[in-house]
Design a protein around this ligand. Structure first.
Ligand SMILES: Nc1ncnc2c1ncn2[C@@H]1O[C@H](COP(=O)(O)OP(=O)(O)OP(=O)(O)O)[C@@H](O)[C@H]1O
Ligand SMILES: [Mg+2]
Length: 222
């Protein structure tokens, strides 16, 4: 399956999400993380440490024969913030699920509304919003934003990602969060595992109802 992570706003957790969804999917099948952000944050993450899956830029991925001959493989695509609408169309059309991370604050939500309005205009249906960096209790920001988005009939992952400094340590050390020595590392990983399970259920249910399962293909924009 192909999972693409995108957002109109920067710094909302796209790269962190792409890394951890790739780590989760690698547990199911061979997974490739494509770093399609010119800042190359995912490649930087990989170069600082050790990740349990391959990371390539979009050019290398287009050449990667091993993925092309492995129809059961997964691909996770990390993208740059503020895609132009045409790019967002291409991203939405070429993946099984577009994951839209947002932090639970007003600036991120404003940007999210723009993204979703555009996706509605192009009739994209395979997307889901992921609330990230959820502050600890007594803040209720995570739950409030989820309720707000659900009231607006927008598709939101049941599970959100809590704000833990373990994620920043993971980025610095070039590791998945579960390999970090931090009391909250395991909780952070569990959040992404639950999101990964939701993705398997969403994409699995859709491919059961599809008349013919389309084989995964390298997106056109590579
Ligand atoms: N759940 C989290 N808890 C705490 N910090 C987080 C969490 N998710 C991301 N961060 C931190 O927030 C910052 C931005 O995250 P990240 O780089 O994943 O976002 P991005 O959307 O990919 O940014 P950009 O638009 O610049 O590519 C980083 O410092 C990262 O470590
Ligand atoms: Mg990034």
């Amino acid at each position: 399956m192909i999972i693409t992570v995108a957002s109109f706003k920067g710094g909302v957790g796209k790269t962190t999400t792409a890394i951890h969804l790739a780590a989760f999917l690698q547990g199911q099948a061979e997974t490739l993380l494509v770093d399609a952000d010119p800042n190359r944050s995912a490649l930087g993450w990989a170069s600082r440490g050790d990740l349990p899956f391959k990371v390539m830029d979009e050019w290398e991925a287009g050449q990667d024969v091993s993925y092309n001959v492995n129809p059961d493989g997964n691909m996770v695509i990390d993208t740059q913030a503020r895609p132009i609408p045409e790019d967002l169309s291409a991203l939405a059309e070429t993946c099984d699920l577009l994951v839209l991370p947002t932090t639970p604050d007003i600036l991120a939500l404003d940007a999210l509304v723009l993204t979703v309005e555009y996706l509605k205009k192009i009739r994209a249906s395979h997307y889901r919003i992921l609330i990230t960096s959820i502050p600890p209790k007594p803040s209720r920001a995570g739950e409030e934003v989820k309720a707000l988005l659900r009231d607006a009939n927008l598709p939101v992952f049941e599970q959100g990602i809590r704000r833990f400094s373990a994620f920043q340590k993971a980025a610095l050390q070039g590791l998945p969060v579960y390999s970090i020595k931090d009391p909250r590392a395991e909780s952070g990983w569990q959040d992404y595992e639950k999101v990964g399970e939701e993705i398997l259920a969403i994409v699995g249910a859709r491919s059961l109802t599809a008349k013919t399962a389309a084989p995964p293909a390298i997106p056109d924009f590579f």
